[in-house]
Design a protein around this ligand. Sequence first.
Ligand code: CP3
Length: 341
Amino acid sequence: MTDMKNDLILRTLRGEAVERTPVWMMRQAGRYLPEYMVLRQKYGFFERCQTPALAAEITIQPVDIVGVDAAILFSDILVIPQAMGLEVQMVESRGPLLPEPIKTEADFNRIRVPDTDETLGYVFDAIKLIKQELNGRVPLIGFAGAPWTILCYMVQGKGSKTFDEAKIFCYTQPALAHKLLQMITDTTIAYLKGQVKAGADVIQIFDSWGGLLGPEDFENISLRYIRQIVEALKDEALTIIFAKGAWHSLESMAATGAHGLGIDWCIKPQLARQFAGNNVTLQGNFDPAKLLSPIPVIKAEVKNMLKAFGPGRHIANLGHGILPNVPVDHARAFVDAVKEA
Ligand code: CP3
């Protein structure tokens, strides 16, 4: 084991004292970085994910270029439907496309709970390489999508503002929906255990579309499965749940025993803290679009954000992924403003 030179995020998640608030950015490895765009021109999206040397290089780019306190594995949440047997394409400027989505019981013949070493071994190889190359500079965050968010893509077949077809599937064929959610959950638990075994220090669960569900449906369709994942992992790794828009369920998310909860910019940090209680670290919640403001404005707004969270049990982050049109020096100004505070 290499010892961790910068373990601010690990200590913050454990509720230990830290010298300053740690910072990273969701989707920090990506299109706003010219160094990423060079590799993007040469290799296909899943080729970048499946080649450990490329995944490692892309993962480490933001550590070197913007100075974040953690690396996050370069991969995608949609490698899970792929491993389960569905075709997933990443279409230029349009996003993910699953040409043969799940709609009926017969479609289950095309999917399975796979052996994750066989289907996703390339991710574990990438993690081992990243850990070697990071050499303890910062911790590595592994991740997966929440089962509900994965179902959204497996049923809808593409991105959507409402994911109405995914919802209709859940509301009109609940037995099938729960069967699918449990298959995704079982695959995800094996996958995340593999990530931890390979060396991931923290695991974040992205429920990007959790906010599309009302509180009761969120509990039944999403949190119930997230809870299984957290319970399977929380003794082996530090865990963060990011369920965008699901602020109404912060209390029940805290009760899962997750170490951290991500929040977006539509809830005040003070209110999130009231809902979540004092035994969990909050992560967030800068509006990603504000990174397009002039740098002095970014710096002032970061100060306001840090003040609103107060000291301790906070990881500074955006409230959702960084946008591709953010200038690199603005991303760096965000990170520096947290470090200077
Ligand atoms: O955060 C990181 O830097 C690590 C890598 C990462 C990617 N996707 C790489 C990626 C992570 C953590 C994800 C998670 C992900 N993928 C989510 C959850 C987080 C969120 O933003 O809500 C979701 C919903 C997806 C599905 C997905 N993948 C979409 C909708 C898209 C297209 C839209 C977009 O943001 O580009 C992707 C493609 C994708 N995943 C890219 C990257 C760097 C862009 C691909 C490219 O054009 O190069």
